[in-house]
Design a protein around this ligand. Sequence first.
Ligand code: ZN
Length: 259
Amino acid sequence: MVGERAMAESSVGDASVPRAELVEWRERFGLVAGITERGAGEGFSLGFWTGEPVGVVMGRWQALRDAFRPGFGALQKAHQVHGTAVLWHQGVGQGWHVADAGDGHATTQSGLLLAVTVADCIPVYLTTSDGRAVALLHAGWRGTAAGVLEAGVRALLAASNGSPRDVVMHCGVGICGACYEVGEEVASAVLGEGASRGKQRLDLRAALCRRAEALGVGEVTVSPLCSSCHRDRFFSHRASVGKDGRMVAYLGIPKPASL
Ligand SMILES: [Zn+2]
C-alpha cells in the first residue's frame, strides 16, 4: 500500500432517505456503498434503542429498503456488540434479516444489502478488486482493538481465494481524531505501545489504516467527513452526549441490470 487517499461520500439528494454514497465504488466495482444522513426536521434516525416510537423508526427502515429496490430484495443487519464476529451470508431469502450478534457481514450474494448502524463508530467497507465479494464492518475502539478489521479481511479472502493486495477498503463517516478524546486505557487498547500517557485524541480511522497496512491491504481510502464536526449532516453519539440517533451504513452487490 502506498498510503491512503481521501474519498468523500456524496449526497444523493433523496429527501425521503437522506444519504451519501461512494460514487467511485459504483463506477469502479458496480457496488452500492454509502451511509444515511441526519436529514431535516426530526431527522432520519434508524436506531432501535432511542425513545422514538417504534412505528416511526420502522417506517424509516421501510423507506430505506424501498429506496434500494429493485437492486436489493434483502437486507441483513445484526445486533451489534462491539465484538469481532463477521457473519457470512449466502442464500439469504428476500426480506429483512436481523442476526443475534455480529459487528461485520460478508457476502458474495447479489441483491443482499449489508447494513451496520453507527454514530461515531467507523463503518469499514471492504471489497475484492473485482467487486465480487464484499464485507461491511462496525468498528469502534473496542472492535478495532479486538481485531474486527482482521476478521473482516479474513472473511473476504476466504470467499474469494484472493490475497490481501486484492482487497480495497474505505473507512467511512465517523468521529475524527480532533473530536475523539479518550483515556489512556482506551488509547493503549487501540494503539498498544504507540499510546501516550493520560487523556489524548484518538484517530480511529488512522488506527484502522495502520492495521490495514500491516495486513497488506492493497488500497485504502478514508472519508474526510466527521460525524461530530459535521453534525448538521450526521449523528454523533459523543457530540450529543448520547442523545443523537443512529445512521445506517450499507454495502451490497446489486442484482444485475438494476443499477
Ligand atoms: Zn471531528
